[in-house]
Write a protein that binds this ligand. Sequence first.
Ligand SMILES: Cc1ncc(COP(=O)(O)O)c(C=O)c1O
Length: 376
Amino acid sequence: MPVHLNTAGAGLMPAAVVDTMSAHLAEEATEGAYETELRHSDTLEKGVYEALAAVLDAPVDDLALFDSATRAWSSVVGALRLTDADRVWITPYEYAGSLILWTELRRRTGLRVEVIPLTPSGDLDLCWMRRNIREDVAAVSVPHVPSGCGIVNPVEEIGRILAPWPCLYLVDACQSVGQLEVSVRRIGCDLLTGAGRKFLCGPRGTGFAAVGPRLRTAAAPVFHDLHVADMTSADGYEIHTDGARRFEYAERSAAAVRGLDEALRHHLARTDGPGTGHDARAAVRDAVAGLPGTRLIDPGTRHASIVTFVCEQLPAARIRDELAARGVSVWVAQGNHTPLYLPGQGVDHGVRVSPHHYTSPQDTEVFARALREVIR
Ligand SMILES: Cc1ncc(COP(=O)(O)O)c(C=O)c1O
């Protein structure tokens, strides 16, 4: 089996996740998909939301499921009522998908998008935030961990800075849920989004959002699907929930949702929390640091399990392919996926290495040996 160091792409699903999904599909094929859904409605309508609430430390009513983190983000952020009087703060670590949405919202509404500056270490400048926050900042958008490098942004501290202000606080936790402790309650955010497939090791095609009551009141979704809304007359409809599920669509892959439920429970049962066991990130970082012509892209003072580097002699895709030929999976971080930061660091493409709790000391040794063969 290859050494899988691409959790930031998608983590390895535990056997229980695969078994649950396979059994669900087999049941759908023999009994019918609607009938199977009905049989598992406890999990699909209740259990999965309770498990997600436990993982995110968020109220069940705030939770909604989607088929990706981007769908979660765009369904909620796209429903915000913003005007040309509003300012939105983003960070240089913003994910490209989120930036595309801000660009579109700016074009449509005339709102102003401002980028929070960094300190020389690459950390977000919290003093600047404290000095400049005003009533007209309508939303602040922060990725907990960005897509292209391993900095951990101080989302709880930012939450404390923003708490006295009316702005909505939006956190992209796509790369952090499953590897870091994430508590919506402690962060104090109005929106937190993520994907099932990354450090939670759930299936592809799953995403989620925690949408707080303040944001639910402020948002105006253009559509409500039939699991939450009924036509009451020829030209009237009623929404029968105040909960975040009003942002969802009714149709979804029940097998994927059950897989996500299993992954969340597997995660909750883990005893090897952050900071315990083998420090795979440190081992990966050490393996890269000593090699000729390599440069780590490692801003900030706190780091998650993502190590990105570039190499003068070899393109990132070549390093990925050479490592794959030696039984090690890493991925290419595209500069334009973190477009306000990586290109400015001279990174068009970098090698992104993202171990997880299942990465053993032997795995990181195999990686280090293979990398020494590839980069000499
Ligand atoms: C930081 C970050 N945010 C958002 C996303 C989007 O997630 P998805 O592909 O599930 O839409 C990604 C994907 O890699 C990401 O790294």
